[in-house]
Design a protein around this ligand. Sequence first.
Ligand code: DON
Length: 312
Amino acid sequence: MTELDLPMIVTEIAADMAAESERGQVADYIPELARVNPGQFGLALALPDGRVIAAGDTEVPFSIQSVSKVFTLALALGRHGERVWERVGREPSGDPFNSIVQLEYEKGRPRNPFINAGAIAVTDALLSSYAPREALGEILRFLQYLAGDDDITIDPAVARSEQETGFRNVALANFMRAYGVLSGEPAKVLGVYFHHCAIAMSVRQLARAGRFLAFDGRLAPHGPRAVSSRMARQINALMLTCGHYDGSGEFAFRVGLPGKSGVGGGILAVAPGQASIGCWSPGLNNVGNSLLASRALERLAERTGWSVFTAR
Ligand code: DON
């Protein structure tokens, strides 16, 4: 097989995306996110040899929102192991990320850790061993370690904006508390949840933070271990089946890689053994996933042949 010219592929994709006129809709249910310029696009690949290949708006921090759920899940699994699955399932929901309907007939146990209810339950698990401020510090430090970059912070304006308007999440948390799925006080759990969703990262930082998923739990093929290889495999499976909510089937069909989206327009995608990929463009499609980041990842998968469904 001829060697892939990744710098050229990444540069061409970024140029094509910059020229797109259809860019989706920026999320506006969190007022602070509605202020972001939809004209931006960035793509970064963190490779096994430590290089990062990036193009477009590679250094602009954006709100990672639901992409943070991958990292809180990894932390909770590391701390509580299989007990995490007592409060949250592992099945796609087939519903929007903020839906409440399944919670009632499934007795307050969320379908998976990536819908809002599931992620709030995971945050509650983290709070059984940490006070809120410590839990947030732990999440941030974990991300800084994974990315090898101390310059990753929480955007307080985004956290405040969601704290003031996140009434659906308040409903989800109270509902789960009523069923005993949450053990902590809903307001405290939500405070931590809103703040970890408000972490800001660039595509370069995101690609580096996701390396442990591409390299069997390590930061590089023979590098330091962040999580067990089994855990990395399990998180990838959940990203593939649940990472794009009700768009997960379409993303698996078009891109063929595990991925996790956020309403800030970011997507973390994983090509096992090949690359951890950070992609971002703020405009969303009708199911709340970045329109151009999804398109760019489809293009990248086509050009590289990377897929979890292909023999290599
Ligand atoms: O709870 C919320 O609604 C946001 N903090 C996160 C939602 C999100 O990113 C869904 N992703 N597409």
